[in-house]
Design a protein around this ligand. Structure first.
Ligand SMILES: C[S@@+](CC[C@H](N)C(=O)[O-])C[C@H]1O[C@@H](n2cnc3c(N)ncnc32)[C@H](O)[C@@H]1O
Length: 214
């Protein structure tokens, strides 16, 4: 039985932040679909509006949106080392330490929320909680884009990125389960798109990208 152990996840990313950044900071160069869906997301956000990247890690997604579309974006992550790493790599973007399950943001205050692979350690209950928080802080008309690995497996990784003591679970989700959570909340689904992996360029899992509107 999987449980979301926040301290374990935070510790895993604190220990691996630098190596994670080295591995993933340029990943979008090799992922045309991800760039395409981020472009679509960015075009839906008026220039004066605020966007947050939740679980931003080293901030490569925030950088893409800021650099290519001029979005006023803030990266949020609960790993202090990830935030320090992101700040060093992208000094033009604000980054904050925070918990996306309990956002320190007013309701109806943000127009765009992007969360790439940041729910990958959660239980379905925690996914529902994150979506509640995203929806609460989103302005009417605002847009959410999030992604995850598709499947039913839970992979326990020890010594992630060859780093001693960096251990946690990676959770795959069935799209029907995620869609059911969203429908139960009465949230409008704009699109649910699954793609196959870019062979040899990333972990060999199918991935789902979901766009929601308030
Ligand atoms: C797999 S990484 C994804 C990072 C980045 N979005 C990317 O696409 O490379 C998951 C990230 O989510 C963050 N995270 C996990 N649980 C979180 C929470 N409750 N609040 C904020 N960040 C969280 C982790 O610290 C980590 O940086």
């Amino acid at each position: 039985m999987h449980s979301y152990e926040k301290h374990k996840v935070v510790s895993c990313y604190n220990l691996t932040a630098r190596k994670y950044a080295d591995k993933f900071v340029a990943e979008l160069d090799e992922k045309p679909f991800d760039r395409f869906i981020l472009d679509r997301f960015a075009k839906a956000i008026p220039p004066s509006e605020t966007t947050y990247e939740m679980g931003c890690g080293p901030g490569q997604i925030a950088r893409y949106l800021h650099h290519n579309h001029g979005l006023a974006i803030t990266g949020l992550d609960d790993s202090v080392e990830m935030i320090r790493t992101a700040e060093k790599l992208h000094p033009m973007i604000p980054f904050v330490v925070g918990d996306m399950l309990n956002l320190d943001l007013p309701s109806n205050s943000v127009f765009g929320i992007v969360a790439f692979y940041s729910i990958v350690h959660f239980t379905l209950k925690a996914v529902a909680q994150a979506l509640d928080e995203f929806y609460r802080v989103l302005k009417p008309g605002g847009i959410i884009l999030f992604s995850y690995h598709v499947g039913n497996e839970i992979i326990s990784i020890n010594d992630f990125l060859e780093t001693e003591g960096a251990s946690t679970d990676w959770v795959f989700f069935e799209t029907d389960d995620i869609v059911q959570i969203i429908k139960d909340k009465g949230i409008t689904i704009e699109d649910v798109v699954t793609r196959y992996p870019y062979e040899g360029k990333e972990h060999g899992s199918r991935r789902c990208y979901t766009i929601l509107r308030k």
